[in-house]
Design a protein around this ligand. Structure first.
Ligand code: ADP
Ligand code: MG
Length: 384
């Protein structure tokens, strides 16, 4: 992909790139809808990524082109960069947002030409947007001669997505992309941003299955779930559900401070934080069956209590779970569509993908895809 991207850069701009960076997508093994509650997640970066090539310009312009999109967008560096007026260039809002957030931090940027390509599927819940943001921030910093830590880059990428693009995501996606550890999922503490890696158990593969269902009303439903969590925390007198126990929730429900629906939402988050920490202990102990069971429980709560699954995800998970070698399966990402993630014993993994695809096609006529991936390294420079 490097050579192709280098040729695309040269063809687009008429001169070669001088700097290359990459940033991966991510999959979350467990700990869903916990990041914005200051809780715990267990993600890993995946072997699919966004690559960006860059070359400095003598002026204050940024030009950007993607091999997955049409045309070149141009904008000037300023603390108030306009959003794309052409709907075909809306993807460039991620790039514009990253530049604006860096400038707002007081970081001096230089004009540059950027060309990018990615093989993280767009809009599947594997965080192509975070991979794009983290890669673009790396590229903008590199051409200007700056470096920042991975966690700071992740925070700035999240800010670009929250404040500029307008998606109210937590820190999970960007921090996984910026700080992924080769070969190891990581326990992520979303309050402190501390990451503690541990290897996958021997003989276990991570298999991602895209339902082909694109998230429809995800933003409004996602924001509604966030508000319900925030209201639950406020009713319990804490800033975040991280600081609540199941007993505290039940007491509040009995006292009439939490509605039945709010209780179900909060129960998922509080239990999921516990499950995620337990899942990390399973990783450390090399206990894949116990980890798989926690993943199954996570899916059940996301379906029944948090209510963010959909027939496609429930079917994919049930079909995966019934196949030989599957130790656990759950939806991953925000929900309402997108991907399921399964733990599969390596001796069964070759048969698992085709069998799951065939079984799923009997239920839904959607473009299903299966990706087997090892934990990948977080963002960094590319040799060019
Ligand atoms: P996800 O992050 O789950 O893949 P999002 O809707 O959050 O889904 O982000 C997808 C968007 O990110 C795309 O619609 C596009 O605007 C942008 N994007 C991601 N990768 C690329 C790419 N390689 N080229 C151009 N835009 C991209
Ligand atoms: Mg995204």
């Amino acid at each position: 992909m490097n050579q192709t991207l280098a040729a695309y850069f040269q063809a687009t701009y008429g001169h070669p790139a001088t700097i290359g960076v990459r940033a991966p997508g991510r999959v979350n093994l467990i700990g869903e809808h916990t990041d914005y509650n200051d809780g715990f997640c267990l993600p890993m970066a995946i072997e699919r990524e966004v690559k960006v090539l860059a070359a400095k310009r003598a002026d204050q312009l940024i030009r950007v082109a993607s091999m997955e999109q049409v045309g070149v967008a141009t904008f000037a560096l300023s603390t108030a960069i306009a959003k794309a007026s052409d709907p075909r260039q809306q993807w460039t809002d991620y790039v514009r947002g990253c530049a604006q957030i860096l400038l707002a931090e007081g970081i001096t940027l230089v004009g540059c030409d950027l060309a990018l390509t990615g093989d993280v599927p767009l809009g599947s819940g594997l965080s192509s947007s975070a991979a794009l943001e983290v890669a673009v921030i790396h590229a903008l910093l590199a051409v200007a001669g700056h470096t920042l830590s991975g966690s700071v880059i992740a925070t700035l990428g999240q800010r670009a997505e929250n404040r500029y693009v307008g998606t109210n995501c937590g820190i999970l996606d960007q921090l996984s992309s910026a700080c992924g550890v080769l070969g190891q999922p990581m326990l992520m503490d979303c309050r402190t941003l501390a990451l503690t890696p541990a290897p996958l158990p021997a003989g276990i593969a991570v298999v991602i299955a895209d339902t082909g269902k694109r998230r429809g009303l995800v933003d409004s439903a996602y924001n509604e779930r966030r508000q319900q969590c925030e209201a639950g925390a406020a009713a319990l007198g804490v800033s975040h559900l991280r600081d609540v126990t199941l007993h505290g929730l039940w007491a509040a429900a009995q006292a009439g401070t939490l509605s039945a629906q709010a209780l179900r939402r909060c129960e998922h988050v509080v239990a999921e934080n516990g499950r995620t920490q337990a899942a990390f202990a399973c990783l450390q102990a090399g206990d894949a069956p116990a980890l798989g069971q926690l993943m199954d429980q996570s899916h059940a709560d996301l379906r029944d209590k948090f209510e963010v699954t959909c027939p496609e995800l429930d079917t994919m998970v049930a079909l995966a779970r019934a196949l030989p070698g599957c130790l656990g399966s759950r939806m991953t990402g925000a929900g309402f569509g997108g991907c399921a993630v399964s733990l599969v014993s390596e001796q069964h993994v070759a048969a698992f993908g085709p069998a799951l695809t065939a079984a799923y096609r009997q239920h839904f006529d959607l473009p299903v895809a299966v990706y087997v991936t090892k934990p990948a390294a977080g963002a960094g420079r590319l040799a060019i």
